[in-house]
Design a protein around this ligand. Structure first.
Ligand code: ASP
Ligand code: MG
Length: 408
């Protein structure tokens, strides 16, 4: 008998029929003898609908009131799901975040969970009930309703699992797991049975939007085994966990990519202490996030400096950089917003040599020019022209033999 926290996202509870289907699944888990805590999102589209309503009244909705409004979406699903369980003779109780003491900081619309008092949930479990909890919400120390940011129900589920020391936290969604890369780009992409927290963070932040990143961080920090699986099909899904012996003969777990990149270069800036700060200080002050940074070896007294930003920030960054160039008497500013980033991710890189050269060789064979390279312990990223995204991803998928191995 295990204690499992199960989270169902918006599409999984998007209609009455789907809520009934979730109740069937939960009833089955109870029959198998598991204790079950369920965290649910609002019905699909509901949170967006509420956001639109708020904007119809206020251009910048008052953050506190927006939270009061948005938290209602999840309150609808917890009640309906509990009714569906009760109808099946499966005792259940629903709670809002505040009712189970999900205590957060006071930052409305993107609050962080500080503490959970799991006593009430435990008492219900002991009494044989399924506990149904509204995701995405909590209360601050003054009793104000807060929400955790879009996609925050994942984090509620993980936090609840940590507080209850659950055996596993299962995230049911509309995909059946985490893939080696996006199947829309590479049809031979394969579902991974296991991936480490570290790898998942790289994959998630690079665009595999299966889970809220904060939920993965939280799970890693508190050692909560996390599983992503389909609401609609049977299957094991993907287990996100710590690295273990024999887990990875594979060197590479996956290929992430990001289409929304742009790069900027300032040429011929004086090479002197403080220049990186002079260039990036104003960019940070303009609230523009920088990803890769490359500075050249200086020739004589001047150097070149290149960095990447989100494509939405490209024009603003260019203007800021031009101002810096004028001020520092740099020679020239250049930019390119038709670039993408492709990254190989794998903890196996730590113990295998030659990954980078295999990567560069594969790209070279296809005539794909690499514009920038950056590496970390478990990741190698390259920036290439946008038109090479699909080709680049498929080429690397093949070079590292990530596709399903056919028996013949
Ligand atoms: N309902 C919220 C959203 O749409 C939270 C969640 O689904 O995780 O972002
Ligand atoms: Mg989600």
């Amino acid at each position: 008998m295990a204690l499992i926290v199960k989270k169902f996202g918006g599409t999984s509870v998007g209609t009455v029929d789907r809520i009934e289907a979730v109740a069937d699944k939960l009833q089955q888990s109870r029959k198998n003898g598991d204790d079950v805590v369920v965290v649910v999102s609002a019905m699909s589209g509901e949170t967006n609908r509420l956001v639109d309503l708020a904007h119809a009244i206020q251009e910048q909705p008052t953050p506190r009131e927006l939270d009061v409004l948005l938290s209602t979406g999840e309150q609808v699903t917890i009640a309906l799901l509990s009714m569906a369980l009760e109808k099946r003779g499966c005792p259940a109780r629903s709670y809002t975040g505040g009712q189970v003491h999900i205590l957060t900081d006071t930052v409305h619309n993107k609050a962080r969970i500080k503490d959970i008092d799991a006593a009430r949930v435990r008492a219900d479990l002991d009494a044989g009930r399924v506990v149904v909890i509204a995701g995405f919400q909590g209360v601050d120390e003054h009793g104000n309703i807060t929400t955790l940011g879009r996609g925050g129900s994942d984090t509620t589920a993980v936090a609840m699992a940590a507080a209850l020391k659950a055996d596993e936290c299962q995230i049911f969604t509309d995909v059946d797991g985490v893939y080696t890369t996006d199947p829309r780009v590479e049809p031979h992409a394969r579902r991974l049975n296991k991936i480490t927290f570290e790898e998942m963070l790289e994959m998630a932040s690079l665009g595999s939007k299966v889970l809220q990143i904060r939920a993965v961080e939280f799970a890693g920090k508190y050692n909560v085994p996390l599983r992503v699986l389909s609401s609609f099909e049977e299957g094991e899904g993907t287990l996100i966990t710590f690295e273990d012996e024999g887990m990875e003969e594979a060197k590479i777990s996956g290929i992430a990519f990001n289409r929304d990149e742009a790069k900027l270069t300032i040429l011929g800036v004086p090479d002197q202490p403080g220049i990186a700060y002079k260039i990036l200080g104003p960019i940070a002050a303009a609230n523009i996030e920088v990803d890769m940074i490359v500075q050249n070896i200086a020739e004589d007294t001047a150097t070149d400096f290149t960095f990447t930003v989100h494509r939405n920030d490209y024009k603003r960054a260019l203007a800021v950089l031009q101002a810096t160039a004028n001020e520092t008497k740099a020679r020239e500013v250049k930019g390119d917003n038709a670039i993408v980033k492709i990254s190989l991710v794998g903890v196996g890189m730590r113990s295998h040599a030659g990954i980078a050269s295999t990567m560069f060789e594969a790209l070279a064979k296809e005539g794909i020019n690499i514009r920038m390279i950056s590496t970390s312990e478990i990741k190698i990223s390259v920036v290439v022209d946008e038109k090479y995204l699909e080709l680049g991803v498929r080429t690397l998928h093949e070079a590292f033999e990530l596709a399903e191995k056919k028996p013949f």
